[in-house]
Design a binder for this molecule. Structure first.
Ligand code: THU
Length: 130
């Protein structure tokens, strides 16, 4: 299954009674397996989770640990970028060169890398003296 097909399909299941903004994310792990996630909101707004976080949780739960490629889709005027927190979550499991494709449901897309999205990323190496 392509990342676009997986993210488009899972987006339909997004639980978004508050924002009404459905997001789908799909990632291909280094093993080749595709994992998908959608946003899941909560009446206590900060408890909601992003689509990217759902896809990463599915990957880790299944036993994969490295991301080879990511795609995010929403019904947005411009290709939807991962939020700041999700950029850090993706960077935990992806090399800086990994492609993140931002998509709209009407066919626009923009390819970026993890490094484009999060320059100067905080990594475990920054804690080497701890
Ligand atoms: N959202 C995502 O799921 N991923 C993104 O990359 C951007 C934002 C969700 C969070 C919330 O449910 C809704 O979109 C509006 O912010």
């Amino acid at each position: 299954m392509t990342l676009l097909a997986a993210a488009t399909a899972v987006r339909e299941n997004a639980y978004v009674p508050y924002s009404r903004f459905k997001v789908g994310a799909a990632l291909r792990a280094a093993s080749g397996t595709v994992y998908a996630g959608c946003n899941v909101e909560n009446v206590a707004y900060p408890e909601g989770t992003c689509a990217e976080a759902g896809a990463i949780a599915a990957m880790i739960a299944a036993g994969d640990t490295r991301i080879a490629e990511v795609l995010v889709i929403a019904d947005s005027p411009d290709p939807v970028p991962p939020c700041g927190g999700c950029r850090q979550k993706i960077a935990e499991f992806a090399d800086p060169s990994v492609t993140v494709t931002l998509c709209t449901t009407d066919g626009k897309s923009r390819a970026m890398t993890v490094a484009d999205l999060l320059p100067g990323v905080f990594t475990a190496a920054h804690m080497d003296r701890a």
